[in-house]
Design a protein around this ligand. Structure first.
Ligand SMILES: NC(=O)C1=CN([C@@H]2O[C@H](COP(=O)(O)OP(=O)(O)OC[C@H]3O[C@@H](n4cnc5c(N)ncnc54)[C@H](O)[C@@H]3O)[C@@H](O)[C@H]2O)C=CC1
Ligand SMILES: O=C(CO)COP(=O)(O)O
Ligand SMILES: [Zn+2]
Length: 353
């Protein structure tokens, strides 16, 4: 008997383009949302986008509440929940980088309220996804959450954000190559649940981004457009899979472990990019695609070495040899890397010297 079923949860409206920040109120109206919004933001994105969005609401006769969070913690999620209850709001709007959006996502999940995603940086593929990522105890990876009701991504704002945020978003997408390799391996070896549609979409997204790498340059709004479309497509792949598998394999485990053990963590996308160079080597050896990944990252100014991440060599080895413990997700790292092997892959790929 056929007993499979699937429930793919996606936003209803995805608005991307020049100056679309001023469409947030219209998007809310299109969604038939009533009452007050709570804007969830962090210090710089507050000035860049949240205050202008709040002014648009005021001009439309709606009184928005606003909360600024400083860090991605469950205390921040709690602050948002308490503010939402005290201010009697009806929906949330996450305005900022990945952390502000994830906090809005997690709080909206708890409050059983809808939320909108208004990214101010094209730095990660969680803008549209049904995943939320807030460190909890020793865990760092994302968990299932509500997808946004709508995404409003203003390419004018995204193009003006610091360039390294955009290169981090590109690297998060380039890492899809190795995430999908890990996923297929887990399917073959462990019968992991797998979606060919999600895997193909994720890989194709990385390919289109790499094919358009010459369009990705600082200050160009077209770059923000190309990268944002890729981030949306990658997030949709996660929603189709109902898992972060299409966009997160061993390279993400490596990055999550760096977040725990490195004295100063680099951007998420930059860390997963460097991880992807090494896990591509583990998959294919010398003749694999690790050089293509490294060159693609270098071509858009993303880091390709530990030094460029500002992380010392020994921390890289520690992360490589321990990160398989981060979550129950089978990858090319299997039950953990031997230290000698870790040193060899990191040295051969030029990640450490
Ligand atoms: N939920 C999901 O599916 C996913 C979640 N993530 C999570 O997203 C996070 C990474 O996101 P990031 O955006 O890299 O980090 P982030 O949210 O910490 O942002 C980095 C910095 O850029 C600043 N910023 C944002 N927009 C700016 C602008 N326009 N001008 C100046 N500064 C600006 C932020 O305030 C912050 O200080 C990680 O926690 C990661 O785990 C990443 C991928 C998928
Ligand atoms: O960063 C992500 C995809 O790019 C989410 O992956 P995780 O589930 O590993 O947090
Ligand atoms: Zn990621």
């Amino acid at each position: 008997m056929f007993e499979k079923s699937t429930w793919i949860r996606l936003p209803r409206n995805v608005v991307v383009g020049h100056g679309v920040r001023s469409s947030v109120v219209e998007v809310v109206d299109d969604l038939h949302l009533q009452g007050r919004p709570l804007l969830v933001t962090s210090p710089t994105p507050r000035q860049v986008a949240a205050e202008p969005v709040a002014a648009d609401f005021e001009a439309a006769g709606i009184d928005p509440a606003i909360v600024t969070i400083e860090s991605a913690t469950f205390d921040s999620v709690e602050t948002v929940i308490e503010t939402a209850e005290a201010e009697e709001v009806s929906y949330l709007i996450g305005v900022g980088g990945g952390k502000a959006i994830d906090i809005a996502k997690m709080a909206s999940d708890h409050l059983e309220m809808g939320f909108l995603s208004v990214p101010t940086a094209a730095s990660h593929d969680g803008v549209i996804s049904n995943r939320g990522s807030v460190p909890d105890g020793n865990t760092r990876h994302s968990v299932a959450a509500e997808p946004p009701l709508a995404v409003v991504a203003d390419t004018e704002i995204l193009a003006e954000a610091p360039w390294e945020l955009t290169t981090a978003g590109c690297a998060d997408i380039i890492s899809n190559y190795t995430a999908v390799m890990d996923w297929r391996l887990a399917k073959r070896l462990k019968n992991a649940e797998y979606s060919e549609y999600a895997a193909a979409l994720s890989e194709m997204t990385a390919e289109i981004l790499v094919d358009n790498a010459d369009l990705i340059r600082p200050g160009l709004e077209e770059s923000a457009w190309v990268v944002t479309k890729a981030l949306m497509s990658s997030g949709v792949a996660m929603s189709i899979a109902d898992s972060s598998r299409p966009a997160s394999g061993a390279e993400h485990l490596f990055s999550h472990q760096l977040d725990r053990i490195a004295p100063t963590a680099a951007l998420h996308g930059h860390q997963v990019g460097v991880g992807s160079i090494m896990t591509a080597y583990l998959h294919g050896g010398e003749r694999g695609i690790w050089r293509d990944i490294r060159d693609a990252l270098a071509s858009i100014d993303a880091p390709t070495t530990a030094a460029e991440l500002d992380i010392d060599d020994e921390t890289v080895i520690e992360a490589l040899t321990t990160c398989h413990e981060i979550r129950d997700r089978y990858t090319i790292l299997g039950d953990g890397m031997d230290e000698h092997a870790a040193r060899e892959v990191a040295t051969k790929t030029g990640v450490i010297s």
